[in-house]
Design a protein around this ligand. Structure first.
Ligand code: AMP
Length: 285
């Protein structure tokens, strides 16, 4: 595995690669969720490149950029054992020092769900992902369904900006109790991590209600909000039942293809999760 920090060195290495290139952008503190993306890329592409870059542009001033977990040595060991081809770990200057304008890209999904709670978040993500796509020039890029809205936005951006890259969605990897794996989980105490299972239990309840033909959105919200409040451990930001493709919230009735998206805080730690259903799939839990 080559570890590369500069764009010029990266370009040299990139030019020697032949065949398909699977790319997995991350912010590090790698867990089994990240590793599953890497394994999927390895199994389908001739070359695999991962990046680790904690992107300042996607954190608002009041957010956790400084305390975001950074565990580079452990990350390198994990990636070495998976035998990927290149790990790209650019500095902030390397990514942002060129005085070039940030990409101008916007779509309506920037302002809903996570975007409503975190203004500028998806703008920051699209800026860095576009820059990384331009540098890495992958044939395939792998994104987790854990960040379902991010996945939808990257799919749309790639299509709108004519990136010729296959965006490959990867299933959510969970802890045994159902909590979706996340780098931020490292900030939870073991009792908080245990109590956080209420999030996935609530999503599963919503999924079952809808599959059992409870389609009135208000009824679903009533039950799910009550369940989340059973134990005051989670400070809910939002829980929304939305269309699977457009992410637009259902106003009256849920239709066949849906996603239930939730975000909240446990003791300052922001957690997001979702459960989805696409007609013709069994389920995408
Ligand atoms: P991050 O390091 O949080 O930016 O995540 C890098 C990539 O890993 C993104 O595509 C995430 O959606 C994906 N990812 C993070 N957690 C999980 C998980 N629990 N299951 C599947 N993918 C995940």
């Amino acid at each position: 595995m080559q570890i590369i920090k500069s764009i010029s060195e990266f370009n040299k290495a990139r030019n020697t690669l032949i065949g398909s290139i699977g790319f997995i952008p991350t912010m590090g503190a790698l867990h089994e969720g990240h590793l599953s993306l890497i394994k999927t890329a390895k199994s389908s592409c001739q070359n695999t490149i991962a990046s680790i870059f904690v992107n300042p542009k996607q954190f608002a001033p009041n957010e956790d950029f400084n305390s975001y977990p950074r565990m580079l040595d452990q990350d390198i060991n994990k990636l070495r054992s998976l035998n990927i081809d290149i790990l790209f770990i650019p500095s902030e200057d390397e990514i942002y020092n060129k005085n070039s304008p940030d990409i101008i890209y916007d779509n309506y999904m920037f302002d809903i769900l996570e975007g409503k709670s975190r203004p500028g978040f998806f703008n920051g993500i699209c800026i860095v992902v576009a820059k990384l796509f331009d540098i890495v020039k992958p044939t395939d890029a792998f994104f987790g369904e854990k960040d379902f809205q991010q996945l939808r936005i990257i799919e749309k951006m790639s299509s709108d900006l004519n990136y010729n890259i296959n965006i490959i969605p990867c299933k959510i990897i969970r802890e045994i109790n159902g909590l979706a794996m996340s780098s931020r989980n490292k900030h939870l105490s073991s009792s908080e991590a245990e109590k956080s299972k209420i999030i996935f239990n609530t999503l599963e309840l919503g999924f079952t209600m809808i599959k059992n033909d409870t389609k009135v959105v208000e009824d679903i919200y009533d039950i799910l909000n009550k369940k989340l409040k059973q134990d005051s451990v989670i400070k809910l930001d939002y829980l929304k039942v939305v269309d699977y493709n457009s992410l637009i919230e259902f106003s009256d009735f849920v239709s066949d293809n849906f996603a239930i998206c939730v975000a909240g805080y446990i003791n300052q730690v922001r957690l997001i999760d979702n459960i989805t259903y696409l007609y013709s799939e069994d389920s995408s839990i």
